[in-house]
Design a protein around this ligand. Sequence first.
Ligand SMILES: [Zn+2]
Length: 452
Amino acid sequence: MSVESIITKIEQNKEIYVEFLRTLIQSDSVNPPGNEKNVALIIEEFLKDIGIKTEIFPFGNNRANLIAYLNKNFKGKNLLYNGHMDVVPPGSETDWKYPPFSALVKRKKIIYGRGSSDMKSGLAAMVIALKVLKELKFDLPGNLILNAVADEETGGKFGTGWCVDNPLKSIKCDFAVIGESTGLNPLPKAILVGEKGHLIIKITTHGISGHSSMPAMSKNAIYMMTEIIESLDKIDEYILKSDPPIKLKKLKNLLASTFPSEDIFNRILNEQPEIESLFQSLVSYSKALTMIKGGIKVNVIPDTCEALLDVRLLPGQQVDPIIEALKKLIRDVVGYLVKDDTNNPPGEIFVEVEIVTASEGSYWENWEESNELNDFFELVETIYEKKPFYLLLPASADAHYLRNDGYCPQTILFGPGKARTAHAIDENIEILDFIRAIKVYAIFAYKFLSKK
Ligand SMILES: [Zn+2]
């Protein structure tokens, strides 16, 4: 049986796979600056000896994206596996139990290191799945496409965004998996069918500087910002209410179905208030003022003050109405002039509203009707010996590049690792979780590509 041969192959080579993952973690690809090309070269080397051809697309300073194919045939169904090669900075290395790029293995069970969870384990598992299918020489009508990308941690424009517009453009995508960690311990594994959007807005107040001994003669830009901050919650009145893609009750039911009874589920909800916060974040947009800068000297009235507003959009919610609502609030409620898109400031005292970065959310509308997704779900249940559940991502990943604009709406996120350790000190991955993910990716690809 083919599935058994896949499992046997993976079991026999566990040590090699763990070493491959460790090499990926040890290759420092902190973004910025990135250095993802080093990771791409390790992947190329790993796949080379079995005759898998990889294409590396370099850009910038030692950065790159990579694409590899299981075979040369594009006549059947195409399955896309996508994983990012960059990682976030480790922070203060002395705060780590073990050096963040040592990929130290503890008790033969856990690997520590930056990127172990987010997401070099997911990426490694996808690369290995491709290798396993090639080694077993299956004659499959479909094709598996591996896409290792740069730049995810800083927005993905040069990574997945670029790949979709360039080498992937002519390749039809029938189903895509992004291998981000979707473990939510103590909850079961999640399969994510949507993600929120992310909008960062810079607000700048422009006042009039002067000597602080005569404050009445100037206009303090920090005070202006305070007025805006105090009114910020009123913005909700100017934003058209956006419906969440999955209603709260249904989200809860999706998770509840993994518990033996509703009583047990309700008890867990009570004991773990963060689960309720997670659900709340998935059914509404959110905003948080997270940075502020103003003033140059203690005896000078500041003439400018800058603040950054971090907005998380619901899938389907657009950027422009939020910007317009903020401008309207500043104009009508706070009472300041707002600079329009021309270069001319509207007066001496005014406020500027600018988009720093914007990515809209994404959602696979028809996920409930997909037999392939159902197969994936059942496979995860079998391999992980626990029923997974469908959920949305409260943050944003690269899925919007694949889902939006119609390239591949049928994109999911699923991968080894615990979302909570991602970006954190002492990030780690359980080897068992990693091995299980390899099995899920390899078996799913085998089954998906076998169908005509
Ligand atoms: Zn990630």
